[in-house]
Design a protein around this ligand. Structure first.
Ligand SMILES: NC(=O)c1ccc[n+]([C@@H]2O[C@H](COP(=O)([O-])OP(=O)(O)OC[C@H]3O[C@@H](n4cnc5c(N)ncnc54)[C@H](OP(=O)(O)O)[C@@H]3O)[C@@H](O)[C@H]2O)c1
Length: 328
């Protein structure tokens, strides 16, 4: 609530755009001043539902709206890169849904474009802005866990055949919607230098699930798994020499975690309201604070951190043979 208000333009009107706008309006002083859709009637409907003054019938009109300071890109994965480029070219700050782009090369291009334009460009990886992760970060920085030796994280959900995650033309498969969470967690904790991955495809060739062992040069290992074929625990475990953290599912959302001694005799549990996507506003408030202070990035999710994640995701995809249409 105390974050200085920016004027936001919502680019697209789908599921996450709805959740984000509602969270912003419920829990911050941020102003949602405009929405843009490929279709004016759709934009108008979204604007009416959320009490937004201006509705634009194209993304181009939205990003050039002088009453917009920052654009939130909430389109399908393979549209993030061109849509974010559009906003940056119009001189607007941009918050881009996760994963920020399809691959590391696109992230590098966005970083260069944002730096040249003098605007902020940040990945909306909301997990790292949750109060829970603020506490986890403090425990890690204080050395409570000791050297991290093992990480285990998964993310699996079942999707019917008509969901966009099953569509190759929208960069479907588990990686970008789900796998990005366990992989970004590992990339936050370990300097990953080695990747060993296996995958399984659907009959139409779309990747359905993958597992990977990610290691650093010091011998720490992480196991990650992601699938669109079934609901999995979606939990995370971070094991250090002195203590460990257990995050029950869904680890990437608001919720509890437990700090345990390695001999398993002492336990401390952190709790917070389990409010799911109502917590999408924390990332927006953080970015608004930074921009209002004249900064163009947040240490909670720097573009370097996004790039580290994308590089691991690229390597997993290379090994399991999962390429996007834009890459072939
Ligand atoms: N942070 C989270 O927890 C979370 C959760 C879900 C999704 N996401 C991310 O948010 C992004 C969008 O996911 P979503 O579930 O909100 O998708 P969605 O409901 O399908 O909405 C996507 C929107 O993008 C626009 N769009 C532009 N080009 C499109 C195209 N070719 N096909 C379909 N839609 C197109 C549409 O808006 P207009 O018709 O108005 O132009 C559509 O409503 C994904 O990258 C996903 O990873 C994040």
């Amino acid at each position: 609530m105390d974050a200085p208000a920016l004027r936001w333009g919502i680019l697209s009107t789908g599921w996450i755009a709805t959740q984000f706008t509602a969270a912003l309006q419920r829990s911050t002083r941020q102003v949602v001043s405009a929405v843009g859709s490929r279709d004016l009637a759709t934009a108008r409907r979204f604007a009416d539902e959320h009490g937004i003054t201006t509705a634009h019938g194209s993304y181009e009109e939205l990003v050039t709206d002088p009453a917009v300071d920052i654009v939130y890109v909430a389109t399908p994965h393979n549209h993030h890169f061109p849509n974010a480029q559009l906003a940056i070219a119009a001189g607007k700050h941009v918050l881009v849904e996760k994963p920020i782009t399809l691959n590391a090369q696109q992230t590098e291009q966005l970083a260069t474009a944002a730096a040249q334009a003098g605007v902020a460009c940040m990945e909306a990886l909301w997990t790292f802005f949750l109060p829970k992760f603020d506490v986890i970060r403090q425990l890690l920085e204080d050395g409570v866990l000791g050297d991290v030796q093992v990480v285990m994280a998964d993310h699996g959900q079942y999707f019917e055949a008509d969901h966009r995650i099953r569509r190759a033309d929208l960069a479907g498969g588990p990686m970008l919607d789900l796998g990005t969470y366990p992989i970004s967690l590992v990339a936050e904790l370990l300097d990953v230098t080695t990747v060993q991955a296996r995958g399984h495809d659907l009959p139409d060739g779309l990747n359905a699930q993958f597992a990977a062992v990610l290691s650093n040069d010091g011998g720490a290992e992480a196991l990650v798994h992601s699938t669109i074929l079934g609901k999995t625990p979606t939990s995370a475990f971070i094991g250090g020499r002195s203590a460990n953290l257990s995050l029950p599912g869904d680890f990437y959302m608001p919720g509890p975690f437990t700090l345990s001694s390695t001999d398993d005799t002492q336990h401390l549990t952190y709790t917070e309201p389990v409010i799911a996507h109502s917590a999408l506003h924390f990332q927006a408030a953080e970015l608004a604070r930074r921009i209002s202070a004249g900064e163009l990035a947040s240490p909670l999710r720097s573009l370097d951190a996004s790039l580290r994640t994308m590089r691991v995701m690229d390597e997993v995809r290379r090994q399991i043979g999962a390429r996007f249409a834009e890459e072939s």
